[in-house]
Write a protein that binds this ligand. Structure first.
Ligand code: ADP
Ligand code: MG
Length: 362
């Protein structure tokens, strides 16, 4: 009798243990898969189906392409290591979903041993860490941005003082148009003016200025920018269409900085157009009249997705003479003004940039 009861207890115990393990497998947040020695799938849990996009029915018995082609070598090495009994704990890599897209994965790999100690398969526990990677990148980027901004502003300030002295004296020398060096001093003056212009681009990044906010007439700022770029539009035969002739809108901000944003955006649009394209500037209010939308649409080369991902990074440029600072500066200024920026682009068709700023109410 006693023996029999023990046997039942033991069976219950085993059953319940099995059931618990099964529940764990089914409900785990991490993707889990088990493979035989040839990498055929033996089991996958629902989290795996969700993460990798392969259903259980599709997966079982098959060798799945879970590794991006360029990681093939690395994966082979892991497999060799596994067969030697080595484990991988929280290893960071890139995995591939059924639809061919990649994600940052953190995986733990272990061999599965038979009761006799021989390796009969392997298991992987995997988790999508893309969002962590994205956060890390964002933090890195904003630190880089801050550093570059400070550096640029610092250098600009330092160069500005000697530049003032130089251009002051050159201007004096220039006043005598009979001087034998007039041609040279004129040239020097032009070039120093250019340097001062470049310096002023960096100066908009410096902190103190950012706090000097005043009501700005948007129409005025925009028409000054359009005026400033007139020559560049003409020399490339680009037609500028202005829709909704700037409404009488006031934004709280720094006028020079905002003009810098528009100049940088127009310059990028101009540079994206080979010849004969058009740029459209469209200004309108949001429905609730709390925000202003400023759209700059070009019929240029468009932005490929890999550039779109990186274009706000300092020094990222696809142009031989680019600085890669334009978009970074724009981003910084727009953020400082509680605005936002959205980009839509289609290669060989064009790019649409949408800026949104809060309207200042009297
Ligand atoms: P730069 O203009 O000096 O290259 P930016 O920061 O202004 O630096 O722009 C970064 C990159 O973004 C450019 O090199 C270009 O590849 C891309 N880009 C920006 N605006 C546009 C646009 N309107 N059309 C196509 N590409 C653009
Ligand atoms: Mg630019």
């Amino acid at each position: 009798m006693k023996l029999e009861k023990n046997a039942i207890d033991r069976e219950n115990y085993l059953n319940s243990k099995h059931a618990y393990l099964n529940l764990f497998f089914e409900q785990a947040n991490d993707a889990i898969a088990v493979f035989d020695l040839e990498d055929h799938v033996i089991a996958v849990n629902p989290a795996f189906e969700k993460l990798y996009g392969w259903s259980k029915e599709e997966a079982i018995g098959r060798i799945l392409p879970l590794i991006p082609p360029e990681n093939e070598e690395e994966s082979k090495q892991r497999k060799v290591d596994l067969m030697l009994g080595k484990k991988y704990h929280l290893h960071e890599t890139t995995d591939m979903r059924k639809d061919g897209t990649f994600f940052d994965a953190q995986i733990s790999l272990s061999p599965i041993l038979s009761p006799h100690g021989e390796i009969i398969g392997s298991s992987v526990i995997s988790r999508d860490i893309s969002y962590i990677k994205e956060n890390e990148n964002l933090i890195l980027q904003s630190e880089k941005l801050k550093l570059v901004g400070e550096l640029a502003a610092g250098v600009a300030h330092e160069i500005r003082n000697p530049m003032t002295v130089i251009s002051g004296y050159v201007q004096m020398m220039n006043e005598d148009s009979d001087s034998p060096y007039y041609e040279y001093t004129k040239l020097i003056q032009n070039e120093t003016e250019r340097i001062e212009l470049i310096l002023s681009e960096f100066l908009v990044l410096s902190k103190p200025q950012a706090n000097q906010y005043a009501p700005i007439n948007l129409a005025e700022a925009l028409s000054e920018v359009v005026q400033f770029l007139q020559y560049e539009f003409q020399s490339k035969a680009i037609s500028l269409k202005i829709i909704n002739e700037f409404l009488n809108i006031t934004i709280l901000g720094n006028k020079n900085q905002l003009k810098q944003v528009f100049i940088n955006l127009f310059k990028n649009a101009i540079e994206a157009i080979n010849e004969d394209g058009s740029i459209t500037l469209q200004v309108c209010k949001s429905k609730d009249e709390k925000e202003i939308y400023i759209q700059i649409i070009d019929t240029g080369c468009g932005i490929p997705p890999n550039v779109l991902d990186r274009m706000f990074e300092p020094f990222y440029t696809t142009k031989t003479n680019g600085t890669g600072l334009g978009m970074m500066i724009i981003n910084k200024i727009v953020q400082d003004h509680q605005g936002s920026i959205q980009i839509k682009s289609k290669q060989h068709v064009g790019t649409e940039i949408l800026l949104t700023f809060p309207i200042m109410t009297q």
